[in-house]
Design a protein around this ligand. Structure first.
Ligand code: HEM
Length: 419
């Protein structure tokens, strides 16, 4: 599919004149979302999938609907039904999670984690995060010299976020490898269903991860193991009856899941993008002060999370297009971050872009805005600085990696590189 302004193959009849958003197939969206969104964003603020879910495309609308009461968060029970999650550990996790709750329950569940993840608190982890990156790069370097090329996704991007999380949990780094495996098993549940997906594996991952967290929490409650402010806050919240134990387990599991696949994917995407654009890699290697801007731009051009799901609490009319009450709404941050009404030359990767907003849409907005934004940025910046400084001649060993998906957490099928 090309970036042609002509009506693309996937474009069906336009029902916009009747207020009904035009239909677009999920397979077209999966394989080339930017082309599909570019075409429709210029013509209508909303499109709909074959299952009736309405995708909001323009930045101003996405911004507004993230915070106003015409939409609400989807609760875990409804999400499980829509997503086909059977009763069991994954459903329990979704039902108890802060991500799928609202109002008082959401605040209670979020509060014990917010201070630990605030920008100033996370900054104190910079040196630890830097040395975790450096240690992983030692192995990457050795592997690439031995084999000629290496999958950076498996060797660096995947193990890095769980390693950082183990530090927050007060767990030994050796445990990170185990829980990483379970997290990557369960995380596809946080994106739209794919043909042939393995729900049993997602459920198993959720079961193992929550059992692990349950054990770690029990140790913290018994005063055993290393001290961690996050765990202490959880124990205090249980002691004060602000959270049940099951709720505490679900919040910690959500945090580990939220921290891992998102950051793994973002790290792989940003590295692939910068290696593909050649000079960007060298520029950041020579001048690490550019890392912050490069990370922000990579998150805009190819975000690791493509949308934020909500439910329409009432009929919503956007520039004549109608989203019926009760409809599943996908606020497409992926589309919004390339909206020419917000960004000049929106499809181009421009490191020193000056039109980034203070609160970028890639981390959502409103009460559920990503709690791990500061940590994610720090990991992505330190990872980029360390990789580009230590491995200045790194290059893609093959065509640029394909980034798939348009909603929830996106996918990248590996990142083969050579020194
Ligand atoms: C590049 C990396 C990341 C991206 C793109 C990202 C994106 C997002 C988005 C869009 C949301 C809002 C979901 C909604 O409103 O429905 C969110 C929520 C959340 N994120 Fe992240 N995230 C990232 C990294 C992290 C990290 C590192 C952590 C943990 C340390 C984390 C933990 C969470 C949690 C727990 C929530 C739920 C917050 C709530 O419901 O109040 N995320 N994230």
């Amino acid at each position: 599919m090309t970036a042609s302004p002509q009506r693309p193959d996937h474009a069906p009849q336009d029902g916009h004149s009747t207020g009904q958003p035009p239909f677009v197939s999920s397979s077209a969206l999966e394989s080339d979302p930017h082309t599909v969104f570019r075409y429709w964003r210029a013509r209508t603020p909303v499109i709909q999938r074959e299952d009736g879910a309405c995708l909001v495309l323009r930045a101003a609308d996405v911004d507004t609907l993230l915070t106003d009461d015409r939409t609400r968060q989807i609760d875990g029970g409804l999400y499980s039904r829509i997503r086909g999650v059977p009763p069991g550990p994954l459903q329990d996790l979704l039902v108890e999670s802060l991500l799928m709750s609202e109002g008082d329950a959401h605040q209670r569940r979020r509060a014990p984690m917010s201070r630990v993840l605030a920008f100033h608190a996370v900054e104190s982890l910079r040196d630890t995060i830097r040395s975790a990156a450096e240690r992983l790069i030692d192995d990457v370097e050795a592997g690439a010299r031995f084999d000629g090329e290496i999958d950076l996704m498996a060797a660096f991007c995947a193990p890095f976020p769980p390693l950082v999380m183990s530090r927050l949990l007060g767990a030994p780094p050796s445990e990170a490898e185990a829980f990483a495996q379970w997290v990557y098993q369960v995380s596809p549940a946080f994106a739209p269903a794919l043909p042939g997906e393995d729900m049993a594996s997602m459920v198993e991952g959720a079961g193992r991860l929550t059992a692990y967290v349950q054990q770690s929490l029990a140790k913290a409650m018994a005063g055993e193991g290393a001290r961690s402010e996050l765990m202490e806050n959880m124990v205090a919240a249980i002691g004060a009856d602000a959270l049940t134990q099951a709720e505490a387990v679900a919040q910690l599991a959500t945090l580990i899941i939220g921290a891992s696949d998102t950051t793994r994917t973002a790290m792989a995407i940003q590295t692939g993008l910068m290696l593909a654009t050649g000079q960007a890699w060298k520029r950041v290697g020579d001048d690490p002060s550019l890392a912050r801007a490069a990370v922000a731009e990579a998150l805009r051009v190819q975000p690791a999370v493509g949308s934020v799901p909500r439910l329409a609490t009432q009929e919503i009319v956007l520039d004549g297009a109608i989203i019926p009450a009760g409809r599943l709404v996908s606020l497409s941050t992926l589309s919004a971050m390339r909206d020419p009404a917000r960004f000049s030359d929106p499809d181009a990767f421009i490191i020193n872009r000056t039109d980034h907003p203070r609160w970028p849409l890639v981390f959502g907005g409103g009460a559920h805005r990503c709690i791990g934004e500061a940590l994610a940025r720090l990991e992505l910046e330190e990872g980029l600085m360390a990789l580009s400084r230590r491995l200045p001649s790194l290059r893609l060993a093959g065509p640029p990696p394909k980034i798939e998906g348009y909603a929830g957490i996106r996918r990248i099928d590996g990142l083969r590189v050579a020194l």
